[in-house]
Design a protein around this ligand. Structure first.
Ligand code: BGC
Length: 426
């Protein structure tokens, strides 16, 4: 047995987002869900493979696409944090829901501000460090009606919301992630249109991205003016982008895609964050003939040996590759998401251990990684591309009929690492 040690004070935990777990939402996504559920149940959004359709018949039920009560976390956060604590987590990433805080323009809901204060207290009482995201995609309805992020005014309103949140919780929170994966929401929601606001417009996507970039910059300055102790991060989704063979055009195409997906992002955001939050799930094989091989969209065109329920290839070494790339920016790194959809919990333990092996390898080579947040603490409403409830990402299983929590076996294996601050390998 060998022990792979992690740095002292390493943050271990899991991540969630408000819309995906809380339930009882009333935002621009809930509206879109109700309008689109029937269509999605007919398979309008994504073409799933035959084995997926057989294994997860829920995907043909419109209810699968309506977030509804989700995991009921809004009322059960104490119970959920007890579980996180029992599993040895010393940090937790979650998001505050803008639509709860400011349901009407300029009218801040004191009750909801108090609610999130209690959520943060609940973490602090359990010695769990909160990492707080201010926007994990959904917006208040009135923002949606203004055209959401393609409207410049949204940026101004968002800054006002952020200012309120920073001032309310400044003594309780140190780590902030203003925006979750702005690039993903812009491309899926504004360019490809397969998640809210459902637009397919290059112009809208460009505007939205510009506004979000400006917000990150302004918020960084604002945060520092409120408390110089704040640590403000950018969260970035990273595929491990690689050519699928040695053909020169695929090598060049992979470099170009990598430039736009990663280098450009780091360059634009480097000055407006104290750390990078890296979210890694899978590799992306660039093959000009096939298109990008990812997300199960081009299934059967390449053999995927190890994959999850979404048919994403599991490639642990990829996390090492993306960490090495991100490290070139000279900022501390937190892995703010990494996980898999695995309803039977067949692969999760091995997935976690194999990925952590490569995280540790990067650390041993002086990459400054300071924390790991598994996605997710519990099963949730998987809202990327509106996949709905069937993909199960949780360390904890949720029975959506009873809201009963059951800790999965893999969660205990991860807990051992969290408690020891080392990973034991054969
Ligand atoms: C998002 C999460 C999502 C996860 C899995 C990430 O890009 O931030 O909200 O559940 O991917 O698809």
């Amino acid at each position: 047995m060998t022990q792979l040690h992690f740095p002292k004070g390493f943050y271990w935990g899991a991540a969630t987002s408000s819309h995906q777990v809380e339930g009882g939402m009333n935002n621009d996504w809930t509206k879109w869900e109700l309008d689109n559920a029937e269509r999605l149940a007919k398979g309008a959004s994504i073409k799933w493979t035959k084995w997926q359709q057989e294994k997860f018949p829920e995907m043909f039920d419109p209810q699968n696409y309506i977030s509804g009560n989700a995991a009921g976390h809004y009322h059960r956060y104490q119970e959920d944090f007890d579980i996180a604590q029992s599993l040895g987590h010393n940090a937790h990433r979650f998001s505050i829901e803008w639509s709860r805080i400011e349901p009407e323009e300029g009218k801040f809901d004191e009750k909801e501000i108090e609610h999130y204060r209690q959520v943060i207290f609940a973490l602090r009482q359990r010695n769990i460090e909160p990492f707080v995201t201010l926007w994990h995609w959904p917006n208040p309805i009135w923002i949606g009606e203004m055209g959401a992020w393609k409207n410049k005014k949204t940026a101004r309103y968002f800054i006002r919301y952020a200012e309120r949140i920073f001032s309310e919780y400044k003594d309780l929170v140190k780590f902030w992630i203003p925006l979750n994966e702005p690039g993903t929401e812009v491309s899926l929601g504004y360019l490809f249109g397969n998640q809210p606001p459902g637009l397919k417009s290059k112009l809208a996507a460009n505007r939205a991205f510009k506004n979000l970039m400006q917000v990150q910059k302004d918020i960084y300055r604002l945060a520092k003016s409120i408390s110089p102790d704040f640590q403000v991060g950018c969260s970035h989704f990273m595929f491990d982008i690689k050519p699928s063979d040695r053909l020169p055009w695929n090598i060049i195409a992979a470099r170009i895609i990598d430039y736009f997906a990663n280098h450009r992002f780091f360059k634009s955001f480097r000055e407006s964050c104290d750390f990078f939050g890296i979210q890694y799930y899978q590799p992306f094989h660039v093959n000009l003939r096939l298109g990008g091989h990812f997300m199960g969209l081009f299934e059967n065109k390449k053999t995927i040996d190890w994959h999850n329920d979404l048919n994403w290839q599991i490639f642990p070494e990829g996390i090492y590759n993306v960490l090495k790339k991100a490290a070139k920016n000279g900022k501390p790194i937190y892995i703010t998401e990494n996980g898999l959809a695995d309803s039977a919990d067949e692969h999760r333990e091995k997935f976690i251990k194999e990925h952590l092996k490569f995280v540790q390898k990067a650390i041993a080579e002086d990459v400054d990684v300071r924390g790991y947040f598994h996605w997710s603490l519990m099963d949730n409403f998987e809202f990327v591309e509106m996949r709905g409830f069937w993909p199960r990402f949780g360390l904890v299983e949720i029975d959506y009929k009873t809201q009963k929590r059951t800790i999965r076996k893999s969660a205990y294996a991860y807990a051992k690492v969290c408690k020891n601050n080392f990973l034991e390998i054969e």
